[in-house]
Design a protein around this ligand. Structure first.
Ligand SMILES: Nc1nc2c(c(=O)[nH]1)N[C@H]1C(S)=C(S)[C@@H](COP(=O)(O)OP(=O)(O)OC[C@H]3O[C@@H](n4cnc5c(=O)[nH]c(N)nc54)[C@H](O)[C@@H]3O)O[C@H]1N2
Ligand SMILES: Nc1nc2c(c(=O)[nH]1)N[C@H]1C(S)=C(S)[C@@H](COP(=O)(O)OP(=O)(O)OC[C@H]3O[C@@H](n4cnc5c(=O)[nH]c(N)nc54)[C@H](O)[C@@H]3O)O[C@H]1N2
Ligand code: SF4
Ligand SMILES: [Mo]
Length: 734
């Protein structure tokens, strides 16, 4: 007997005529998958596949990576530099020389008129590391503005700040292999299956083999929560209270690792005093998790042989983001779960090269985790770059979020935006719009010319993207992987590195600072600067990285000389006692008092607005909005709304409704589901002029990261559905 399709119409994979496969690391998320792009006989990229012998993805790709080759000739790519005198005038096509001269002249004019720091530069987590390093050298070494930051302030700033406070340095200490050794896993505010699908697959595979308990802490029933053994739907913004309650139970019941604490940490007494106030009964009333569950999870975690935690934006994007990270680190330190297989505190990063920018962009300091505040670091880099050390500021400048406030007050007069689209990604869009309108000059350097931010530009610089360029990226587990040019940037667009080097020529007229032209040479220069530091990459070069499909840092010159074979690299940090980066080698246990300063639902705005992501889309959809295989799943702004609430409002699936916050309003389509509680809606932030019209985005005091996930809204039912549909269509223009 025949079943299924074995006889009739067997599934055939279309032969795309691939004659050659070329290597690259994926340019979307920070998982760091290795891809091969297939070229046909005409040299056109026609297919993508996962690389089987790459340790990260082992042949797999998610639904963005598998169609990534379609980016090369997607709609809206910038083909030619453009110029205009006022942002609201029509664009004039230009030449590279004229466009770059204009950016240079405007930077100089503004700096001369208003001071060096009145011109801001905003970078990204989506370029290649050699590009970050070159932009850092140009900005810190020649242009000299201190108001230079990245979109990572919207993303990883809380993790960076929390790691620094706990361990004395940034740098995630764990790796994906830890899933294979852990006995208990807590996931804080992360939707891993959708946002890092291949890390999820690694986790799931390990879990199926060894059956360790998975605890998910997220107010929403995400795909990860559906797969959890225990799901704790925490009240938004109160994770720190839950952490304090876990620590209360651990210390109260003597479950802590006393020997580890004694040898490796400072601050246990102050922490003990603070968490004494957070008994589970009291804490339950604030964080919404019942006291029995608090005790159960605290005991499970503390009694596990090796216990691991990871987190993403549910923790970082909060007014307690940095504290939430410190809380996770406190829990790990109290139980001796740092630097051992399966015992770690792992920040899952966001953008493909969010780590590379932290390590090398000089945004918050100087290369390779060096600080502007440290005179020796300033002197070392000044000597290496051949500049006067006095040219460097003595402390870091504004964060991206503060730069926008300084645009409002007139302190910042000009801006150069590189591979980031703040008009779509910053909170409270109408405030951002006003700030952009006030600028005397704005340059946008993006691979697409149809971005929301380009509306406000005076110069548009068309850039190459992803595998139109050459260089490295660092993933969540500190693995450096290589991107190689597979396709040429379209039209006259040029790789970002080329653009920085041409701009550097204009600021470096006496030629005293050197700017190597080629990414492999820049990488070797960086290797020289990394010797003896935490992120030591002096044993690496592009060739070795490609050969091993990515290698974790640190990998030193000495390791290479000794014949230590990669991809061993550095799987974990802080594996030896007292190797934390504070002078005495000890980590800090830090008390975390909780003050609830969030916008919370009230009578006028009774619903939590939770914003985040979908598997098929990438941020402002400049890329995935143009690729049918990604866009088709959700081309329209929608909310997840609790089915009972939708029923009470008389709203059916697919109907439009209006969300109103204290800032503005937005039209969205209803998708009733039990994924969200009755007092919350979830709105993906991918759609043009939508989620961030509504968000407040209060800033974390340490990291200046916005609380994107805690705002209050009300829902208005719309009678005229046709008019709403038209408005929604208008919004889809982007
Ligand atoms: N497909 C796709 N993948 C991506 C991206 C993308 O745009 N698309 N972007 C990349 C980037 S840059 C990033 S930063 C990551 C983000 O990856 P994630 O952080 O996993 O994604 P988000 O959807 O932003 O938020 C995760 C979860 O936080 C929860 N949350 C909200 N409030 C709270 C809270 O108060 N406490 C807790 N514990 N949880 C809360 C939300 O309900 C949500 O499920 O994804 C990366 N991967
Ligand atoms: N409401 C809400 N808002 C959020 C978030 C949220 O969860 N909720 N998450 C925040 C987070 S975590 C992040 S990371 C930010 C992301 O915020 P953005 O950085 O503004 O988001 P993207 O849309 O990825 O913008 C990147 C831009 O760079 C361009 N680009 C891509 N590759 C290249 C390249 O190689 N060279 C050049 N020159 N350009 C390139 C793209 O076309 C795009 O316009 O959004 C933040 N905003
Ligand atoms: S999981 Fe991330 S790195 Fe891997 S293919 Fe998907 S988007 Fe790319
Ligand atoms: Mo991010």
């Amino acid at each position: 007997m025949l079943f299924g399709r074995s006889k009739k119409n067997p599934i055939k994979i279309a032969d795309k005529g691939v004659v050659e496969w070329q290597y690259a690391a994926c340019g979307y998320c920070s998982t760091g998958c290795s891809i091969e792009v297939g070229l046909n006989a005409e040299g056109k990229p026609v297919s993508s596949r996962g690389v089987a012998d790459a340790d990260v993805n082992r042949g797999k790709l998610c639904l963005k990576g598998i169609v990534e080759h379609e980016l090369f000739d997607s709609a809206g790519r910038g083909l030619i530099p453009k110029i205009r005198d006022q942002w609201h005038q029509p664009w004039q096509e230009s030449t590279w020389d004229a466009a770059l001269d204009k950016v240079h002249d405007e930077i100089v004019r503004i700096q001369e008129k208003y001071g060096r720091d009145s011109f801001a530069i905003i970078s990204t987590g989506q370029m290649l590391t050699e590009e970050f390093y070159t932009l850092g050298k140009l900005t810190r070494g020649l242009i000299g503005t201190n108001n230079y930051d990245g979109n990572t302030t919207l993303c990883m700033a809380s993790a960076v700040s929390g790691y620094k406070r706990s361990f004395g340095s940034d740098g995630p200490p764990g790796c994906y292999e830890d899933f294979e050794h852990t006995d208990c896993l807590i996931a804080w505010g992360s939707n891993l299956p959708e946002q890092h699908p291949i890390i999820y697959w690694r986790m799931k595979e390990a879990q199926e083999k060894r059956k360790f308990p998975l605890i998910v802490i997220d107010p929403r029933v995400t795909m990860l929560a559906q797969n959890a053994d225990i799901h704790l739907p925490v009240t938004p913004g109160t994770d720190v209270v839950l952490q304090n309650a876990f620590m209360h139970v651990i210390l109260d019941e003597g479950l802590e690792d006393k020997a580890y604490i004694e040898a490796n940490t400072n601050g246990i007494e102050a922490l003990r005093e603070e968490v004494a106030q957070y008994d589970p009964t009291t804490a339950a009333k604030i964080c919404g998790i019942d006291e029995d569950s608090i005790r159960l999870v605290a005991r499970l975690f503390a009694n596990a042989g090796a216990a691991m935690q990871f987190w993403t934006m549910g923790i970082n994007q909060s007014t307690h983001g940095s504290d939430g990270v410190v809380g996770i680190n406190n829990l790990a330190l109290l139980t001796g779960n740092i630097g051992k297989p399966g015992g770690t505190s792992l920040s899952i990063t966001g953008q493909c090269n969010a780590m590379g920018t932290r390590e090398w962009s000089s945004c918050s300091g100087l290369p390779n985790y060096r600080a502007l505040e440290n005179p020796q670091d300033r002197a070392d880099i000044a000597q290496f770059w051949n500049i006067d050390p006095e040219f460097f500021p003595k402390k870091r400048g504004m964060f991206q979020t503060d730069i926008y406030q300084a645009m409002e007050t007139g302190q910042i007069k000009g801006i150069w935006l590189i591979a980031t689209n703040p008009m779509s990604s910053l909170p409270n869009t109408s405030r951002i719009r006003k700030a952009m309108e006030k600028l005397e000059f704005c340059a946008v350097q993006d691979c697409y010319e149809d971005t929301e931010s380009a509306q406000y530009a005076h110069v548009y610089l068309p850039a190459g993207t992803w595998a139109e360029k050459e260089g490295v990226m660092t993933n969540t587990e500190r693995r450096i992987n290589l991107v190689k040019p597979i396709s040429k940037a379209p039209g006259e667009a040029q790789p970002d590195l080329w653009i920085f080097n041409r701009m550097a020529e204009r600021f470096n007229s006496d030629g005293k600072v050197t700017f190597p032209e080629k990414a492999p040479d820049i990488f070797l220069e960086m290797g020289g600067l990394s010797k003896g530091r935490l992120a030591d990459i002096s044993g690496l070069d592009h060739e070795l990285i490609e050969k091993h499909r990515g290698i974790q840092w640190p990998y030193t010159e000495v390791q290479r000389k000794n014949g230590e074979v990669p991809p061993k690299g550095g799987k974990r940090l802080y594996t030896e006692p007292t190797t934390f980066r504070y002078p005495d080698g000890k980590a800090k246990l830090i008390p975390l008092p909780f003050i609830d300063n969030n916008e919370v639902p009230d009578e006028k705005f009774p619903i939590w607005l939770n914003t985040g992501r979908l598997v098929e889309h990438w941020h402002g959809r400049t890329k995935t909005g143009k690729i049918g295989e990604n866009n088709k799943y959700s081309p329209i702004p929608f909310i997840e709304i609790n089915s009972d609430l939708a029923h009470e409002l008389g709203v059916l699936e697919g109907e439009y409704l209006r969300l109103v916050s204290r800032r503005s309003d937005a039209i969205v389509m209803a998708k009733p589901t039990q994924r969200v509680p009755k007092n919350m809606v979830f709105l993906p932030f991918h759609f043009h002029d939508c989620a961030n019209r509504l968000t407040l985005g209060l800033l974390d005091p340490h990291s200046r990261q916005p609380a994107y996930k805690q705002s209050a809204v009300r829902i208005e039912v719309i009678e005229d559905q046709m008019a709403a549909a038209k408005l929604s269509m208008e919004m889809r223009k982007f």
